[in-house]
Write a protein that binds this ligand. Sequence first.
Ligand SMILES: NC(=O)c1ccc[n+]([C@@H]2O[C@H](COP(=O)([O-])OP(=O)(O)OC[C@H]3O[C@@H](n4cnc5c(N)ncnc54)[C@H](O)[C@@H]3O)[C@@H](O)[C@H]2O)c1
Length: 352
Amino acid sequence: MEALRIGIVGAGAIAQRNAKEAAASGSAKIVGVFDLNHKVARDMAKALSAPFFPSYESLLVNSDVEAVLLSVPHHLHKSMTVQAASCGKHVLVEKPMANTLDEAREMLACCEKNGVQLTVNYSFRYLPKIQKAKQLIAEGALGDITGVQIIAHQFKDRGYWSGARSNSPDDWRASKEKCGGGFLIMNVCHVIDYIYFVTGLKCNRVYSEYATLGSPAEVEDIIGVTSRLDNGGIVSISASSIMRGTDQSEERIWGTKGTMILNGEGLSLYSTRPIDGKRPGKMTRYAKFPNVSWTAEWVKAFAAAVRNRTRPDISGREGWDNLALISAAYHSMEKGVPMEVAPFPHDETPGA
Ligand SMILES: NC(=O)c1ccc[n+]([C@@H]2O[C@H](COP(=O)([O-])OP(=O)(O)OC[C@H]3O[C@@H](n4cnc5c(N)ncnc54)[C@H](O)[C@@H]3O)[C@@H](O)[C@H]2O)c1
């Protein structure tokens, strides 16, 4: 397969990994780098032996560039996607897809209109642990899913909010207008995505409470979300970036036939069924998973979708579904009422 020729846009913290892994994926060639901060862009271009571009426009008009990989602050995801799609470039955009559903709707429509593919970086799906969880659930290990609990707590210090740990420091993460929200949209979005992926279910109604209790930021640093899945099961999310001590991160998924626990140690499964050659009625631990570059897998899958003209694994639809839950959670707290989760706008974007 001919490598997808990608222009890297944004050469800040995560772009370092994205660009390196894309280049090493075997499915992509880096053909340009642009960042408003010319120094970090030039450094990256040099390291990758790729051309530096002095502006986004100059990169977009270059015919060698087939796709852009956008690793920029959230408030730029919409405008930079629309600009790229309008120039006929495919788009790999970092999570979240955008800050609002109106922005996401415009991105979907513009990519559709210009016949370009869009993918959102929810690449944790390619982690072997997550793939295994999906396989076990598909084989019926849990029966009908009745409950999901997401626990995500860590501590983000002042340096995080001021961008001090980035090679391109900026305090956009603390701004509601630029970041769209706090720990939910910034971090827990990954977990929501892979829970949707492994269960094949989505949330349709949400209640939420959030606050900013210990961070120099406008966005939330603690949030609780209760939600109903489309099969009637209940999801509960407890998340914060102000819990001192060791990070706590665990997901529990249970159903009529079993329980699954995903955490830093791997995956544990209890099933009343004989699944995967294991004895029923016993807790089985899957702890050893191969190391995989999830970012490279994401780029590889997208390059194949572009070449084969098929829908990417993680398309605008997955980006929308994720943002729809997050937006409903924020609106629930702001309005003090439960909110319905907005369905994917099929009619406006057939096949997106
Ligand atoms: N997938 C993951 O695991 C993961 C991890 C961290 C961050 N992210 C996401 O990656 C994105 C970037 O985050 P980051 O931590 O790298 O931020 P960062 O602040 O370190 O880097 C952002 C870069 O964008 C550049 N930039 C700003 N405005 C620009 C413009 N108009 N044109 C071109 N470049 C511009 C900045 O100069 C900076 O270099 C966000 O969407 C974030 O949520 C994803």
